[in-house]
Design a protein around this ligand. Structure first.
Ligand SMILES: [Zn+2]
Ligand SMILES: [Zn+2]
Length: 175
């Protein structure tokens, strides 16, 4: 998804508004796969800022994810923010700490890397369909949101810390 930036190259302060669909079907982050059944939408402004072009705006996507606890699919809206510098050569002094850099190929800018990067950081590492999701029983595999089982809790979920009684024997912290 490329843009011809030549209309604003001649004039400092000139801007170009862009609003289009992003041809991106999914993004994988670690074990998480965010699927876009509808193409994400990018809305950005490209501004000629003297030495470089500045690209700012948003990319919004309705993602389908799988709950990391119970594996149930669910929908999540991702709102990515784009704040980047665009130039032919990356000069780190031209951009702020939070700004990314994207290359200009002649007078052509590819918006896809900026859109993908802005969405990527919004994909949760361990998505949950509900903060209260009880997940799947590790012993029998039943979905604990819908069913219950009589499996014994696994050892690591044991609430009592074997060292907690030792703490009572220690002097208070401020001593
Ligand atoms: Zn869940
Ligand atoms: Zn069980």
């Amino acid at each position: 998804m490329t843009v011809d930036v030549s209309p604003i190259l001649g004039e400092a302060g000139a801007t170009l508004e862009l609003d289009s669909d992003v041809p991106l079907e999914s993004i994988a982050v670690g074990d998480t796969l965010a699927v876009f059944e509808v193409p994400p939408r990018i809305r950005v402004t490209l501004a000629h800022a003297g030495e470089v072009l500045v690209l700012t705006g948003t990319v919004e996507a309705a993602a389908r994810l799988e709950c990391s606890r119970c594996l149930e699919p669910f929908a999540l809206v991702l709102n990515g923010v784009i704040d980047a510098v665009v130039s032919q050569i990356d000069d780190t002094e031209q951009r702020g700490d939070d700004q990314e850099w994207y290359p200009l190929d002649g007078e052509i800018l590819d918006l896809l890397p900026a859109a993908e990067s802005a969405l990527r950081v919004e994909v949760p590492f361990a998505p949950v369909h509900d903060e209260e999701c009880r997940g799947i029983c590790p012993m029998c595999g039943c979905d604990l949101n819908r069913d219950s089982c009589t499996c014994e809790p696994v050892a690591e979920n044991r609430p009592e810390n074997p060292f907690s009684s030792l703490k009572d024997l220690l002097p208070p912290e401020d001593e």
